[in-house]
Design a protein. Structure first.
Length: 145
C-alpha cells in the first residue's frame, strides 16, 4: 500500500522534530523549520516543494501540540516557535520500548533516529513510517500522561 505524499512529508517532519526536541530536552527552545535535520531530503526539491514542506511543518507543530506531544509558548507568522519543549507524554512515548520489539528492545526515539540517519538523509521511509506510527500508538495506550 502506497503512502500518501503528504503523510510521507509529515512522517519525516514529525520524526525530525521529535528527535530535535528530545536532544534538547528539558530546555525550551526557539524552533524553526531549518533547525530540523532534513537537508538531504530538501536539497533536490524545487522552491515550491520546499514551501510545501514549510507549510506542513507549521501544521505538524500545531498537530503535535494539540495532541499533547509538545508545548509551545508562542508562534510567529514567520513559521517559527518560542518556548518549545516535549511534554511528559511526548517524553514518555519516545522513551517507551514497545513490547513487540524482541529480543533487543530499543526506545522509540532510537528507532526514529535510525530511520532518519544523519544529515537529513532518511535511511528508511518504511522504518520512519512505522516508528512514527508506533509513537502515536504508544501515546494512545498511555492515555492522559
Amino acid at each position: 500500500m502506497a503512502t500518501h505524499p503528504r503523510i510521507e512529508i509529515f512522517d519525516a517532519l514529525c520524526g525530525a522534530l521529535l528527535v530535535h526536541l528530545y536532544e534538547q530536552f528539558p530546555q525550551r527552545i526557539h524552533l524553526e523549520f531549518m533547525d530540523l535535520q532534513l537537508e538531504q531530503k530538501l536539497e533536490p526539491l524545487e522552491p515550491t516543494e520546499v514551501q510545501e514542506w514549510m507549510d506542513l511543518f507549521v501544521d505538524t507543530v500545531s498537530w503535535l501540540e494539540e495532541e499533547g506531544f509538545i508545548r509551545t509558548e508562542t508562534g510567529t507568522d514567520d513559521q517559527d516557535y518560542y518556548g518549545v519543549r516535549l511534554t511528559m507524554k511526548g517524553l514518555a512515548v519516545l522513551r517507551a520500548v514497545p513490547e513487540s520489539v524482541q529480543p533487543a528492545p530499543q526506545p522509540l526515539i532510537e528507532r526514529i533516529k535510525a530511520a532518519l540517519g544523519s544529515g537529513g538523509k532518511i535511511v528508511s521511509e518504511e522504518g520512519l513510517r512505522v516508528a512514527v506510527s508506533t509513537v502515536f500508538a504508544a501515546a494512545k495506550s498511555l492515555g492522559d500522561v
